[in-house]
Design a protein around this ligand. Structure first.
Ligand code: PHB
Length: 391
């Protein structure tokens, strides 16, 4: 008798444990954050991870009655690793969202899994225009290279730059930037003397910079991904290009806030176009920069951080709209057309393309209180990705 009673108690306890476990699982919404925390792109991982944590610290971990759990995985910047991690996150952890994606090949490698599992893929970093077309479950809070580049070409034309050379990292976003810049400046009456392409991995810019010195263009237009700008600037200085009369213009990936202050005075006066500067003059940004620096040992947020911060906002607001439901189609429907005030300025998710619409700013590197910043001096409002807009 006592044994039966004991057995019944054990069974009752087991059942209770099972049900509370199941309920807890249902009440938790997991976000798989896939980032390069090591390797050449580690600064992107560090920035986005810090921004996602800041967002959760400021907004809590409860949305529509659900508990949000962030699962961070290091993909080392390698597409095969990201793919395996994404598979595990979907199958074992049952994540409701995949987020992060520090490089274009990674966002593309995971896209078929997002489609198959109907899990939203929130692209917080990668910038090749076509990424959002790789899956109907992708939405983007970073930017596209053509979006950032066309305003740079417009500025160059307006400022008497006629002969140019382009120098880009030889993969998706670099090729997008090269094409957008070259086509636009040619249409406006400019001439492209050469299109130089530098390997993405362990780049050595010196032989390419020698070529630029020989060609003597009015300006050199550059794209290298976040994390490579400091090396580029060092070699630009070493080759004496700063004194050659060739004007340096670029996307803001080169004068990245994560590295800018360490580049030294060679960066002073460099004009770039981009969607975010830590010096952006708005109350929302002042609050963001202050909170980010406070939570991260004075690390200055860069454009990757703001992509991560807004990506979390997109996830939280989509969940609010679905009342906590994690059906992928419902979440994507909720994301389409969403708009809010970001630290970078007003942004929205284009309902037609799931890509971001945002201001692009023309900026110049200046010293403020002894530190280097990209100071914005012109705004091109509400820019859509021009590649998809032309389709
Ligand atoms: C990309 O791989 O798409 C990428 C990475 C870093 C950037 C921009 C684009 O700064």
């Amino acid at each position: 008798m006592a044994a039966t009673k004991f057995l019944k108690t054990v069974l009752a306890l087991l059942a209770a444990a099972f049900w509370s476990g199941a309920a807890a699982a249902q009440d938790t919404v997991k976000i798989g954050l896939i980032l390069p925390m090591t390797g050449q792109q580690a600064s992107t991982g560090r920035q986005i991870d810090a921004a996602a944590r800041l967002f959760m610290q400021q907004n809590g971990n409860k949305v529509a009655g659900k508990t949000i759990e962030l699962i961070l995985k290091d993909d080392t910047g390698t597409p095969d690793v990201s793919k395996r991690i994404a598979q595990e996150l979907i199958v074992n952890d049952k994540v409701a969202f995949l987020a992060g994606f520090g490089l274009t090949p990674i966002a593309l490698a995971v896209a078929p899994l997002a489609t198959q599992a109907k899990v939203p893929e929130v692209v917080m970093a990668a910038g090749t225009a076509t990424i959002t077309e790789a899956s109907p479950y992708i939405a983007r809070t970073s930017f596209t290279l053509p979006q950032a580049t066309v305003p740079m070409a417009d500025w160059a034309l307006k400022n008497g730059i006629k002969k140019v050379v382009t120098l880009v990292s030889n993969y998706g976003p670099g090729l997008d930037a090269e094409k957008a810049f070259s086509e636009h400046i040619t249409k406006g009456g400019g001439t492209v003397l050469d299109n130089l392409k530098v390997p993405l991995a362990n780049p050595d810019f010196s032989p390419f910079l020698q070529k630029v010195a020989d060609l003597k263009p009015d300006a050199l237009f550059v794209f290298v991904p976040s994390g490579s700008g400091a090396l580029f600037m060092k070699q630009f200085l070493e080759r004496g290009l700063d004194k050659s009369g060739v004007r340096l213009i670029c996307t803001g990936d080169v004068t990245d806030d994560d590295q800018l202050n360490g580049m030294g005075d060679v960066a002073l006066g460099v004009v770039s176009s981009h969607h975010y500067s830590a010096a952006h003059d708005s109350p929302e940004n002042k609050e963001f920069v202050q909170a980010f620096e406070k939570a991260n040992n004075n690390m200055r947020p860069n454009f990757m951080a703001v992509g991560g911060y807004d990506g979390m906002r997109l996830i939280y607001d989509a969940l609010k709209k679905t009342n906590g439901a994690t059906d992928g189609d419902a979440l994507l429907a909720a994301m389409k057309g969403m708009s809010w005030m970001s630290p970078r300025g007003p942004i929205s998710i284009d309902p037609a393309t799931r890509d971001i619409i945002q201001n692009i700013y023309i900026r110049k590197v200046e010293k403020k209180d002894g530190a280097l910043y990209n100071v914005e001096f012109e705004t091109v409002p509400n820019v859509k990705d021009p590649v998809k807009a032309a389709k």
